[in-house]
Design a protein around this ligand. Structure first.
Ligand code: NAP
Length: 278
């Protein structure tokens, strides 16, 4: 499918992408670039890349596609460097969890940029956590705009479909609003639960507490940047949740058993629409 793919940033997502591309033989060669030599070496040892370097210009030379899988705050500056050093026509794409701010800065001038966000991952990070089946059966959101090159979009779409994801497309702003509600706010709530739960209660940690706070173990650097870059979306999602929490408070204060039952019943019905364990 591709002659050569370069992955910039060889952590959980970049490493998993390399493993999946190689396992599915989607490229003749996968080149890796990361900040630390040790990461490049580990990615090669794990079979996520065929070769690696800490020279970005060398890493992108001869590649049809460059996928940027670094923390979100680095995606724009790295893409700008890649655009300068890569051959004309090279497709540049990313995996960042925020799209508006990234696409806005890379659109237009870089007609070959395609914004992407695979909805797969975990609270773990680094190449050690990478795994080839991470994307299987998940959704990948692409955020093309009027400036996006149609051929580049087709190829990026094909890449993610070939990796076993269901590709959906939407404008970057819509992505940010939906993902704020579905992922960014739940992460913030998990952080909040870890702060708001007294130590004596934390020591008793039941399964439900562990389920609700799993993602609180996520990397602070990654999440600080995501929450700030999508602060508008997160604030809007928070306002909607506040309405729910105030309603819940009222139900408790009024001792409204029927109202509380309905509130929980509706939530349960919605949750049960997912596959078991999903
Ligand atoms: P990660 O495991 O921490 O990996 C990030 C990698 O970026 C690290 O391996 C690091 O490499 C590399 N890096 C840091 N600074 C760099 C630089 N200046 N130049 C080149 N490489 C650099 O994080 P991740 O979870 O894979 O997240 C990466 C991206 O995927 C983020 O944009 C995130 O929003 C997105 N994403 C994450 C998830 C998730 O669940 N985690 C899901 C979907 C999308 P070194 O080891 O060499 O320092």
């Amino acid at each position: 499918m591709f002659r050569q793919v370069t992955i910039v940033g060889l952590g959980l997502i970049g490493g998993s992408l390399g493993l999946a591309i190689k396992r599915r033989r989607l490229a003749r060669c996968v080149v890796g670039y990361s900040r630390r030599t040790a990461t490049v070496r580990r990615a090669k040892a794990r079979g996520a890349i065929d070769c690696g370097t800490r020279d970005l210009a060398e890493a992108v030379r001869g590649s049809d596609v460059v996928v940027i899988a670094t923390p979100v705050g680095l995606i724009v500056p790295i893409a700008q460097v890649v655009a300068r050093v890569a051959a004309p026509g090279t497709i540049i794409t990313d995996v960042g969890s925020v799209k508006g701010a990234i696409v806005r800065q890379l659109d237009g001038a870089r007609a070959n940029f395609v914004g992407a966000h695979p909805l797969a991952g975990s609270e773990r990070n680094g190449i050690a956590a990478a795994e080839p089946r991470l994307f299987n059966g998940s959704t990948c959101i692409l955020t093309p705009t009027r400036c996006t090159n149609a051929a580049a979009l087709r190829r990026v779409r094909l890449l993610w479909q070939s990796l076993g994801t269901c590709v959906v497309m939407m404008p970057p702003a819509r992505h940010d609003a939906l993902v704020a509600a579905m992922s960014h706010l739940p992460h913030a709530l998990a952080f909040g639960l870890m702060h708001g739960t007294p130590a004596a209660a934390r020591r008793l940690a039941s399964r439900s507490f562990l389920d609700a706070t799993r993602v609180a173990a996520s990397d602070p650097r990654l999440w600080e940047e995501i929450l700030l870059m999508n602060r508008r979306g997160v604030l809007a999602a928070l306002r909607l949740l506040e309405v729910q929490l105030r309603g819940f408070q009222r139900l408790l204060a009024r001792h409204d058993a029927r109202g509380l039952h309905r509130w929980i019943h509706t939530a349960r019905r919605r949750r049960l629409t997912y596959h078991a364990g999903g």
